[in-house]
Design a protein around this ligand. Sequence first.
Ligand code: AVI
Length: 348
Amino acid sequence: MSRTSTEERPRVDVVGTRADGRAALYEATFRSLQAEPKELPAVWLYDERGSRLYEEITRLPAYYLPRRESEVLRARAQEIARRTKATTLAELGAGSANNTRVLLDALGAAGALERFVPLDVSGKTLQASAETIAAAYPRIAVQAIVGDFEHDLGLLPRGGRRLIAFLGSTIGNLYPDQRARLLGALADELSPGDSLLIGIDLVKDSARLEEAYNDPGGVTEAFVRNALTAANRELEATFDQRQFAYVARWDPANEWMDIGFHARETHTVSVRQLGLELEFEEAEPLRVEISSKFRRERFEREVARAGLAVASWWTDRAGDFAVALVLPTSTRSRTRFHRPREQSAARS
Ligand code: AVI
């Protein structure tokens, strides 16, 4: 069918500008560059070039995550549609929303879906993917939000039955305290009838994990190095790529991939916009991201602490990756709202 009238054109709205977000990012960068170990927050990875490189990573043979997640979603999408009856599908950190299409197809076929709400920090990537989705699914409205899921959940539209998807194991890029805050904020955001769908990479053989983040063509290294380039450009920093060796290694104690650099020699980096002069010792690490891998029990505990419950846990055939359907519990028992022990004991 050819489109002729304005009404038939795909409906794409983009809201949110992240103007205030820059101040928060600068503040976080100022703090983490002086932490131990020094760290450049992972948000610096996702400028336009970084988002493109990440897309390339998702197609690398060793980077199994998107394919395993897609396998689970394809097997379970109809069940997810039947169970959630979602009228809105929101996606946090949507990027190009590749794996979301399986959900859009199933929810669309179930007949209730009215709206897709992708949220992402990268405005250009978001605009492009929102337009592609709107053209492919002309019956649903697409309301894109340029924002950061740690601060902008309040921008998600309310009403109907909402399925909030957080795919790709992006949750693993958050530290445990950040995950607790995000899960808590999601628990506050969810109304009865809403649900969450979370993609989670699982703990596995360390050699396979390290291969996934050390591809022979160097795409992952280029992606991580791009964070230094972005900081040099925007913060007038002097990170010299030649002074930093890329390192991505498994940390068994924390069960996360530790991703970033080691300084090749003692040197100083200035970050003019933040008024910082950073001294690097030879071999000193500069972390850019962590990528946590999960076990079911730990994930369920974290979710329960936020007052949510894992209603279903599905994995691919190889057991590499899980997708969890998470629901609000009828009695929110968030730890921070618990009465002190003595008091509850006194009441019983
Ligand atoms: C976005 N996130 C889930 C990716 C990951 O695997 O932690 C980011 C990434 N970093 C290097 N490769 C991919």
